[in-house]
Design a protein around this ligand. Structure first.
Ligand code: ADP
Ligand code: MG
Length: 757
């Protein structure tokens, strides 16, 4: 089994996505397929031994679609090695070229449609108000002109719709094109019969009135609507575009002792890269020479330029402000932070939010259902209508209803409602240093009730320093205690260990045998033949000093030599400057805050009250952190867990949403649904605001799309006729349909202007 992404060509609406999903998943060898209309991407889970992509294409090409491997697109990828337009099969240039073609059709059809539309309005006005003169064109002339126009419009511009009808006839699959096709073809055929076969007309005593204008106007509006929709959809992908533009095209490297400029793709790991003031950092690496300040706002959202010195990391895509630096390339190509971010954003924009399921289900039965409703309505007009109004009136009203229903009931808006908002929301996040892994995380984040912070490294800076060394035994000096402790801790990566080693700086470290660590509890080993343990205090340690130190927020460890406590080391970690504000922002959003830590309860409480955290869960063993999250969930809380993503991975995964604070150059944190760059915890609240607004947009979109259809279809069917004598002209149906999808995309685009800071 292999799960692979493809670009899909030929989709027009959400029901196309449903058709492809159904068709491809039903093929032997395919386990599962999921198609996203907004990103035009499909994920297919299939058995390579049983079926190939060309086999799949053989089946769906009949229906008008093609799958393209994403690898093929890397062929004409840009330097960064990404398909140049995220998740949307074509490059932006190709899309623009296609749009231009569409635009030319629009330029032809829209004036025609507008003139016809105005004539119709004039006609209505003339019939309603006696002051308005009748249209000064005879019926015959009008019919002849409009028939010529309608023929061009239907058979040239309306080709995709006619193909939709043909596919329906041959393979029984119907999408939105089919609906519009059947509708406009019906109006056209009826009118052609009236015009060309007057005998039939007189035989059935039908009025001379034709509906060529319906064909012209509906196709005109629908094509125009699709054009606007495609244009706006292009704009939803701008975030990726921006990220791609951050990538430098070339780099200055040392080769054979010379400074030369090479294309970015030629930079290899280990290259020495020169960056002049004002230039872009081309790839990721570590400074070896020079000092400068670097603007990383485009990547991390951090507005203030950071001072950088030899040994500091630099990230590709950021801007060197004033110094000249030389750095060693450590990550190039797709390994760079920027590439990882682009990849993540692409994936997230193409992923499906759970809320979309319902819309998808509706879309998949929508088209056949609408066809059924349309036929049923025509039937009602011809039977019930006929007996009340006479056959000829009932037939023309029935046809108008039939066409109107087919045209107004487009599942387009429904299909665009969720994905367009997700695309804009995810892109917006990326611009602010909030990386969303998938749409599901974004959706879940909007409804969380509690935020759980890991203490060390999340609320605090994570680099404690030693404040006190306390002797517990007369025979051992403080220098000795520190020396033994530092020797042991030298083997540990724990932040406390680093603090102890740093404090003992200068004292000779002694050789350690049999080192072992018990995670979240202690470290131990043999030094000069003595068993040394550095551990967490336990209830049998009856030293008042421990209590006093912990009361003031310090973390205390006990040093034991041959099972005798000989000293205490107290350390304190500074709370991050922005922690208090971050917690306050969450409270403003009515979210409860919790601190989860392995540290002692008193020390933890001290820090909690300093930053305003509601609840402290302390003295938790690392392995139990996930369990504590489960306990909160059992109390009905929806939890977002914030941690560094490394020590807290299980807890991040257990939470509804795991939020990892990325430091350094690792952004693709597996266990986290959301990654926050530059370690600024205020972004947690921003991420929640972003998710809430995105979901609000989704719900607005879905609501209007549903309302539009539930109101539109009955009105088109003639539900208002018996009451007010009002029947919806199919031309308005065309207008409404075009308007509905355009308005959904526009509403999603509004998210771009959201200020989350
Ligand atoms: P946190 O949740 O604050 O990251 P941990 O779970 O990592 O805390 O550790 C809990 C406690 O275990 C520490 O406060 C300390 O008392 C003890 N401990 C863990 N590792 C070490 C170590 N390397 N040296 C000394 N004490 C340690
Ligand atoms: Mg920890």
């Amino acid at each position: 089994m292999k799960k692979e992404p493809f670009y899909v060509q030929g989709m027009h609406c959400a029901s196309c996505a449903a058709i492809i999903t159904k068709k491809v998943s039903s093929l032997p060898g395919v386990a599962n397929a999921s198609v996203n209309f907004a990103t035009e991407k499909a994920w297919v889970d299939y058995d390579v031994a049983k079926i190939s992509v060309s086999d799949m294409n053989k089946e769906i090409q009949k229906l008008g679609y093609t799958l393209h491997g994403t690898d093929a697109h890397l062929g004409h990828a840009d330097h960064a090695g990404h398909a140049a337009h995220a998740g949307v099969g074509m490059t932006k240039e190709e899309k623009k070229a296609e749009l231009f073609q569409e635009g030319r059709k629009v330029l032809f059809v829209m004036p025609a449609a507008l003139i016809v539309f105005l004539f119709m309005m004039w006609d209505i006005a003339a019939q309603t108000f006696s002051a308005v003169d009748a249209v000064p064109v005879s019926m015959e002339v009008w019919n002849a002109i409009s028939m010529i126009l309608a023929s061009i419009v239907l058979f040239w511009i309306g080709q995709p719709f006619l193909k939709g009808v043909a596919r329906f006839v041959r393979y029984g699959v119907a999408n939105m094109d089919t609906l519009v096709g059947i509708g406009t073809l019906t109006a056209y055929s009826y009118s052609a019969i009236i015009t060309l076969l007057p005998q039939v007309r007189t035989m059935l005593s039908l009025p001379e009135y034709t509906y060529f204008d319906v064909t012209i106007v509906v196709i005109g509006f629908v094509v125009f609507g699709k054009y606007l929709e495609a244009r706006s959809k292009l704009r939803t992908g701008e975030a990726i575009e921006k990220l791609l533009h951050l990538q430098a095209k070339t780099a200055m490297v040392f080769r054979d002792g010379k400074e030369i400029e090479v294309p970015i793709g030629d930079v290899v790991k280990g290259d020495s890269i020169i960056v002049k003031p004002g230039a872009k950092i081309p790839v990721d690496g570590k400074i070896v020479e020079g000092a400068t300040s670097i603007d990383e706002s485009m990547i991390t959202g951090e507005p203030i330029p950071l001072d950088k010195n030899p040994g500091d990391l630099v990230v590709g895509g950021t801007i060197n402000k004033q110094g000249r630096i030389i750095f060693k390339a450590e990550k190039v190509g797709t390994d760079t932070v920027l590439s990882q971010i682009i990849h993540m954003v692409e994936e997230a924009q193409g992923s499906k939010a759970p809320i979309q399921d319902l819309a998808d289900k509706i879309s998949s039965i929508f088209v056949p259902a609408v066809l059924g409703i349309a036929i049923f309505t025509l039937g009602v007009w011809l039977t019930v209508g006929s007996s009340a109004l006479g056959f000829s009136t009932a037939l023309s009203y029935g046809l108008l209803s039939f066409v109107g229903i087919l045209v107004i009931a487009c599942p387009c808006a429904l299909g665009l409602a969720t994905p367009t908002a997700v695309i804009v929301g995810v892109g917006k996040g990326a611009e602010s240093g909030i990386l969303v892994k998938d749409a599901e995380s974004l959706e879940k984040l909007s409804s969380i009730t509690s935020v759980v912070f890991d203490k060390t490294g999340t609320l605090t800076k994570g680099s404690p320093s030693v404040t006190d060394v306390v002797m517990l035994h007369e025979q051992v000096s403080s220098a000795e205690v520190m020396q033994y402790a530092a020797s042991i801790e030298h083997n540990s990566e724990h932040p406390l260990a680093k603090a102890i080693v740093a404090y003992a700086d200068g004292t000779a470290l002694l050789p350690v045998q049999d080192f072992s660590a018990q995670e979240g509890v202690s470290v131990r080993g043999k030094v000069h033949g003595r068993h040394v343990v550095v551990r967490k205090p336990n209830p049998t340690d009856m030293y008042s000093q421990i209590d006093d130190l912990q009361q003031s927020g310090k973390t205390v460890v006990v040093i034991e030599m041959d099972s005798v406590p000989t000293g205490l080391i107290a350390m304190s970690d500074t709370v991050k400057d922005e922690a208090k504000e971050a917690v306050a922002q969450l409270h403003k959003l009515r979210i409860k805050t919790v601190m989860l830590t392995g540290d002692n309860a008193k020390a933890a409480q001290y820090i909690a009250s300093e930053v305003g955290i509601d609840t402290v869960i302390a003295e938790v063993m690392p392995a139990d952190k996930a369990h504590k999250i489960t306990e909160l969930q059992q109390k009905g809380e929806k939890v977002a867990m914030i941690g560094d993503g490394i020590n807290d991975a299980p807890a991040l995964m257990q939470a509804e949403v795991g939020i990892a604070m990325a430091t350094g150059t690792d952004v693709a944190i597996e266990s986290a649904g959301i990654t926050i760059l530059a370690g600024d915890i205020r972004r947690v609240a921003q991420a929640i605001v972003l998710s809430r607004r995105t979901m609000r947009t989704v719900r607005q979109n879905l609501f209007w799309a549903f309302i539009y259809n539930t109101v539109g279809i009955p009105v088109a069917a003639g539900a208002l006729y018996p009451v007010w004598g009002v029947l919806l002209n199919p031309m308005f149906a065309g207008l409404a349909m075009a308007g509905s999808s355009v308005s959904v995309v526009m509403n999603s685009l509004r998210l771009k202007t959201l200020r989350i800071k």
